[in-house]
Design a protein around this ligand. Structure first.
Ligand code: 13P
Length: 249
């Protein structure tokens, strides 16, 4: 069985004071949980995470990364900078980046490559909109999103990625894919990973994201190909985030 992984995506939320309370609360309740866990925070707070979390079971990471190693790219953050704060993970291709910043499948693939080159684990997000699902295009859309990454990274490197399936219509809406709906897409993603690297595909974590909460986490994570969660809203409350980590443990 693959180990479970629970990652909080804080999105553009937080303050030094609120983060300290949240992280302290999470750390206080982590004892005894078996699942691996992490928080992906706004970049200005990476130093705070490093200070508070080093030596703990809670890893940390960022929510985006530049394709470039450095130089004249105003506003961008390089993978080496994330590593400087001992990040383990970086989310790439979140649907909010794709929708509001026009990130293409090809760009997301290059971000995943930049993360891997620096020694970070990219959490590669894929997911369809409601319109795409209703048009029967789910498999084609998420398939193309993942394919772009697999093609650029190649067979050997894909062992080092995490994939997250986040149906856009389920993000922040309180609507969750049923466990069966999610499993169907996760199984397809696993098949696609197998076609690229059959051995690696068995150990790559495929997380579900989209209104995962304490009351639905266990059912979702009981599915054969759901290896954990990428959590938005519920990651901002220590009790809820801990309950999801416990459901995974
Ligand atoms: P919610 O859990 O708030 O739906 O957000 C999911 C998400 O986008 C995680 O990356």
């Amino acid at each position: 069985m693959r180990p479970k992984l629970v990652v909080g995506n804080w999105k553009m939320n937080g303050s030094r004071e609120a983060n300290a309370a949240l992280l302290t609360g999470i750390l206080a309740g982590l004892e005894g949980s078996a699942a691996a866990c992490a928080v992906c925070v706004p970049s200005p707070y990476l130093f705070q995470c490093e200070q508070l979390l080093q030596g703990s079971k809670l890893a940390w990471g960022a929510q985006d990364v530049s394709t470039q190693p450095g130089g004249a790219f105003t506003g961008e953050v390089a993978a080496s900078m994330l590593l400087d704060f001992h990040c383990r993970y970086v989310i790439v291709g979140h649907s909010e980046r794709r929708a509001y910043h026009g990130e293409s499948n090809a760009l997301v693939a290059r971000k995943a490559q930049a993360a891997l080159d620096a020694g970070l684990t990219p959490i590669v997000c894929v997911g369809e909109t409601l319109g795409e699902r209703e048009a029967g295009e789910t498999n084609a859309v998420v398939g193309a999103q993942l394919d772009a990454v697999l093609e650029l990274l190649g067979k050997d490197a894909i062992a080092k990625i995490v994939v997250a399936y986040e149906p856009v219509w389920a993000i922040g809406t309180g609507k969750t894919a049923t466990p069966a709906m999610a499993q169907e897409v996760h199984a397809q993603l696993r098949t696609q990973l197998r076609a690229c690297n059959a051995v690696a595909a068995e150990s790559i974590a495929i997380l579900y994201g989209g209104s995962m909460k304490p009351d639905n986490a266990a059912d979702l994570m009981a599915q054969a190909d759901i290896d954990g969660g990428l959590i938005g809203g519920a990651a901002l409350k220590a009790e809820d985030f801990l309950a999801i980590i416990r459901a995974a443990s």
